[in-house]
Structure formats: structure tokens, C-alpha cells
Ligand binder design. Structure first.
Ligand code: ATP
Ligand code: MG
Ligand code: MG
Length: 554
């Protein structure tokens, strides 16, 4: 447990403990539906539930809420497990709502026998038309008073595959006049002739969320079932279903709600993210522009950064949008500590040191990470021809331009002071080479007076002959609007940023050869970058995780 102040869910738990709830009966769960990949919104829920597990030394189950075979797949189950583990959490047990299908079915028969459920044979349109409005009561179904035996026979027939989809549903018999629309005889089961990724064709009726969720919590004896705010009106139904099955002496779970976290300039909804994937707007669920955990991982984000982000934003009672800049901040914070510094030039222009001996290579020592004294040093090659960033040179510039200009000096990081003498251009006027002279006595760390000479700018560079080529993918926000899916009359897809990906051919220091997918670096003066799995033996591909500063124009 840490020292920060308690969030309101923790206060609820503290109150329960204070009023006698046994601490050893605390139990939580994270309940994803395996119908997509986890996103940064889920990270909040994961950090909340698993954080409670750590704080109270209580088990946390990973429960797949897999009741809809039309949308769920084993691929998603695997991805979710990978992502939760990667975030650094361990679940007590891996559970599946589908493991409870038989128990749920048996309970449903009990409800029928108790007169608390009935088979309705109307179409879904008819049922919807009878729902009423929030101010007017609904109408009872003509099948509402079917006898127990007729209900049991029909329900068993549904289960045994005797009917087409839509022929019947099982409904809870609650109150068609309830002010809470969700209590107006909600559907518990529907017929669906579709194979399930775990139970295959064992079932052709599937339980709905409200009927499944609380009962699953009860089966697992989850003490505090935390869900997002949209389920608040479902709470009376959650309780009604539990009342129907809870036995004396067993723990009765308690649903409590917290706010959804949205992230600016993106969408956090699996359905919408799936649309991006299926529409080919991104390369997949793990495209580094996606707000998915797998996308963030591929981009180079660390689990620590996500956990710190989730901790900072905490748990709220109202839905809200968190600025993605805060996530970027946490990425920088952590990467600054752990990422080795290297040199890479993204938009190279050649520098020729006219007074440097031809064919000579010097190896210059440079620090791996000034933030980490244990990170050591390495040697980088220096020679007569180098690359610097094209934007680091101007023929003429005012005094605020601390980079290279004609007649001006800069220091090459861990190297020498150079002075620009001449810009060589091609027929179109594009600069092809910058001819410079270097000060041979100015080498960094050489101990000479010149080595300590202060010049205004320091540039990163690579030796032209030694540098390797690499593909670098530069990412921008996926959406140009801060809240793309919160506009009344506009579809979120209209706000897709057409320039969210730029691919450049960079030159990188040769020591990077052999870097493995997932390895993270700071490209000096540019930002943090991570090796992408698209890399091959002889060609590295990097993703820009985040720039060094928040330079994005809002
Ligand atoms: P989506 O709309 O993306 O499908 P969901 O809530 O339907 O989201 P689930 O798989 O049911 O997705 O979510 C698992 C858990 O994560 C639930 O408890 C859910 O409330 C929580 N969760 C989902 N999205 C967010 C979010 N944006 N912020 C906080 N918690 C979330
Ligand atoms: Mg859900
Ligand atoms: Mg959903």
C-alpha cells in the first residue's frame, strides 16, 4: 500500500471493514468481454482492481465475460491475458462466465419455478414496443402469466435447440411499471445458434449481461464488483437477481460504480477501435497509434508509465476526458530514466570537414545515460563526412538560432567544435553538403582549454561512412479533434488525422545494429524511440514513442 490518499472506492471498502466485513473475504475481479483488445480506459479498471488486491492482500480474478459468441474470439482472450500480465499484474484465477452456463441455467429454472421468470414468445419489436417510456408504465406481455410447467417446457425446448433464433426469450418477471426501465421484465436468455469459442455448440441459448454478471460475481464470491457508471441504473437489477439466488451464509457481492476514463484525441471503445482496424485505417489492434495496451507497448510505452498515469488520474465519479499529453508526460518521465541515449539523424544532410584527414576514423567516448550513472559509456565513430539534421543548418539566421549557420560554430555532441564555411547546392537550390572546418583541439573530454570552450549549440550527428540506414515511423495524434466521438452530428471517423504517420529513412549510429524489437532508446535531441517487430536482421524499424517535449500544436 502506498501513501497517497484513499480514493472513494477505497473509502467504501474501509467503511465496510470498519463495520465488520472480514478483511479475508475481500475479493475483486477484472471482467473484460473478449470482443476486442484492451485499451487505456481498461488500464484504469485494471489498475483499480489489481491495486485493491495489492492494498488489501486480496485475490483478484481475471474473468472473461464471454456470453456473446457473435463477437468474441479466443484471439482476444490471449491478447487480454498478455496485456494484463505486461502491465505487471497477477490474477488469482482465470475464470470464464461461460464456465457458469450450466449453473446459470439451473438457477433460471429455479426462477421459473418460483414464478420469477417466464418465456415470452413475442418478437423483439413487440417486446420493445411494450416497454413504455420513463414516464409511462409498460404493458404486460400476453405470455407473462404462463404456468410454471409451460414455461419450463418452453425453456427446455429453447435449450434443446427446438426453436429458431428470436422465437422465444426468457424474461425476469419484475415490474412493467417500474420507474427504472431496466426492471421492466428484462430479458435473461436469448436463442443464438452459434458456436462459442469455449463451449462450442453445447449451448444455443446465451445469458445476457445483467443475468450473468452478478451471478458470476456470486459464484466467485467477489466482495466488491466495480464497474463503470453506465451500470449504475443496473444496480437494482443486479441486486434483484442476487436476491433470487443467494443462500444464507454466503457472501453477497456488492456493485459499485466509478467513472469511465476517456483519453483526448482518440476513442476508447472496442467497437470503434475495431472499426479502425477493419477499415484499414491502422495496421491492426497493435498499431502504435492505437490507444490499446498492445499499441502503446509496440510504440515503446512502458507498463510503469501506464500505471503511473492511471495512478495520477485516479478514480472519478463523473466521466471525463484526460489529456493525452498527461500520458506522454508519464512516458517521458520513465523513459528518461531508463532509455540509453543514442544518435540518429532523421532528415540527414551531409557535413564535410574539409580540414579533417581523409580516410581516418576516430572513436569518441560518450555517455549512455546521464540519468543513470551505472549505464556506462560507449564509443562512436567520427570521420571526415558526417550527417546532421537538415533543420539544424541555416545559411543565415538571427542570434536566437543556436544551431549551425554560415560563419557560426556549434559543438558536435561528444565530439568537436565545427564552423560552417560553405553551403553546396544542387541545380534546384537544395543544399547537398555543408563544408565545415573543425577545431582539432576541441574534442570533448580531451582536457584541453579548447575542449571546454563554450559555444551556444550542440548538435547530434552520425558518421556518414559508419551510419546504418533505418526506417523510422513518426506518429502524430490519430484524431485531429480532442473528443472525436462526442460530437452530436458528426461521425468520429471524420476527424481521423490524415498525417498521423510519417515514415522517414534515418541514419543511425552503427552500435544500434542488433537491437531487438521492444528495445527503447532516446535519440538525442529528438525523442524516445522503440524497435518495432517489423525490423529484420539488416534493417531496423523504429517507432517514435514520444518527443522530448510537448511540441504538438493544440
Ligand atoms: P468498450 O466500450 O471498449 O467495449 P466495455 O466496458 O464494454 O468497454 P469491457 O470488456 O466490458 O469493456 O470492460 C472490462 C472492464 O473495464 C469493465 O469493468 C469496464 O467497466 C472497464 N472499462 C472499460 N472501459 C473503461 C474506461 N474507458 N474507463 C474505465 N474503465 C473502463
Ligand atoms: Mg462491457
Ligand atoms: Mg463493450
Amino acid at each position: 500500500a502506498d501513501s497517497r490518499s484513499l480514493n472513494f472506492i477505497e473509502h467504501i471498502i474501509e467503511d465496510d471493514l470498519a463495520s465488520g466485513f472480514p478483511k479475508d473475504q475481500l475479493r475483486f475481479r477484472f471482467p473484460p468481454e473478449p470482443n476486442g483488445y484492451l485499451h487505456i480506459g481498461h488500464a484504469s479498471s485494471i489498475c483499480l482492481n489489481f491495486g485493491l488486491g495489492l492494498r488489501y492482500d486480496a485475490p483478484v480474478n481475471l474473468r472473461f465475460d464471454d456470453t456473446n459468441p457473435a463477437k468474441e474470439e479466443a484471439e482476444y482472450v490471449d491478447a487480454i491475458k498478455r496485456d494484463v500480465s505486461w502491465l505487471g499484474f497477477e490474477w488469482a484465477e482465470e475464470r470464464y462466465a461461460s464456465d457458469y452456463f450450466q449453473q446459470l441455467y439451473d438457477w433460471a429454472e429455479d426462477l421459473i419455478r418460483q414464478g420469477k421468470a417466464y418465456v415470452d414468445s413475442q418478437s423483439s419489436e413487440e417486446i420493445a414496443a411494450q416497454k413504455g417510456t420513463p414516464t409511462e408504465p409498460g404493458t404486460n406481455s400476453p405470455h407473462r402469466n404462463r404456468s410454471v410447467s409451460e414455461n419450463l417446457e418452453l425453456f427446455r425446448g429453447m435449450k434443446d435447440g427446438k426453436f429458431e433464433a428470436g422465437a422465444h426469450v426468457l424474461r425476469a418477471k419484475i415490474d412493467m411499471a417500474s420507474p427504472n426501465m431496466l426492471m421492466r421484465d428484462p430479458v435473461m436468455y436469448r436463442i443464438l445458434h452459434r458456436a462459442h469459442h469455449r463451449t462450442n455448440t453445447d449451448w444455443c441459448i446465451y445469458p445476457l449481461y445483467d443475468w450473468t454478471h452478478g451471478e458470476s460475481d456470486y459464484i466467485e464470491q467477489v466482495s466488491h464488483s466495480l464497474c463503470t457508471l453506465e451500470f449504475k441504473p443496473h444496480r437494482p437489477l443486479y441486486d434483484w437477481f442476487l436476491d433470487a439466488v443467494t443462500e444464507a451464509g454466503k457472501l453477497r457481492p456488492k456493485q459499485r460504480e466509478f467513472a469511465r476514463r476517456n483519453l483526448s484525441h482518440t476513442v476508447v471503445s472496442k467497437r470503434k477501435l475495431l472499426q479502425l482496424v477493419e477499415g484499414g485505417h491502422v495496421s491492426g489492434w497493435d498499431d502504435p497509434r492505437m490507444p490499446t495496451i498492445s499499441g502503446l507497448r509496440r510504440r515503446g510505452c512502458t507498463p510503469e508509465a501506464i500505471r503511473n498515469f492511471a495512478d495520477t488520474i485516479g478514480i472519478a465519479k463523473r466521466d471525463n476526458v484526460v489529456d493525452v499529453a498527461l500520458l506522454d508526460f508519464h512516458m517521458r518521465e520513465h523513459l528518461n530514466q531508463i532509455a540509453p541515449r543514442v544518435m540518429a539523424v532523421l532528415d540527414p544532410v551531409k557535413v564535410v570537414l574539409t580540414n579533417y584527414p581523409e580516410g581516418e576514423t576516430e572513436w569518441l567516448e560518450t555517455e549512455n545515460n546521464p540519468e543513470d550513472p551505472g549505464a556506462g559509456t560507449r564509443e562512436i565513430p567520427f570521420s571526415r563526412e558526417l550527417y546532421i539534421e537538415r533543420e539544424d543548418f541555416r545559411e543565415q539566421a538571427n542570434r536566437k538560432f543556436f544551431r549551425l549557420k554560415l560563419g557560426g560554430e556549434v559543438r558536435l555532441k561528444s565530439g568537436y567544435i565545427i564552423k560552417a564555411e560553405q553551403a553546396v547546392k544542387d541545380a534546384s537550390g537544395t543544399i547537398t553538403e555543408i563544408h565545415c572546418t573543425y577545431d582539432p583541439k576541441s574534442r570533448s573530454g580531451s582536457g584541453t582549454e579548447e575542449s571546454r570552450r563554450k559555444v551556444k549549440g550542440t548538435l547530434h550527428w552520425v558518421s556518414a561512412e559508419h551510419a546504418h540506414r533505418a526506417e523510422v515511423r513518426l506518429y502524430d495524434r490519430l484524431f485531429t479533434d480532442a473528443t472525436p466521438d462526442q460530437h452530436k452530428d458528426r461521425d468520429f471517423m471524420e476527424f481521423l488525422n490524415p498525417d498521423s504517420l510519417e515514415v522517414v529513412e534515418a541514419r543511425i549510429e552503427p552500435g544500434l545494429a542488433g537491437a531487438q524489437p521492444g528495445e527503447r532508446f532516446q535519440f538525442q535531441r529528438l525523442g524516445y524511440f522503440c524497435v518495432d517487430p517489423d525490423s529484420s536482421e539488416d534493417r531496423l524499424v523504429f517507432n517514435r514513442t514520444v518527443t522530448l517535449r510537448d511540441t504538438w500544436a493544440k
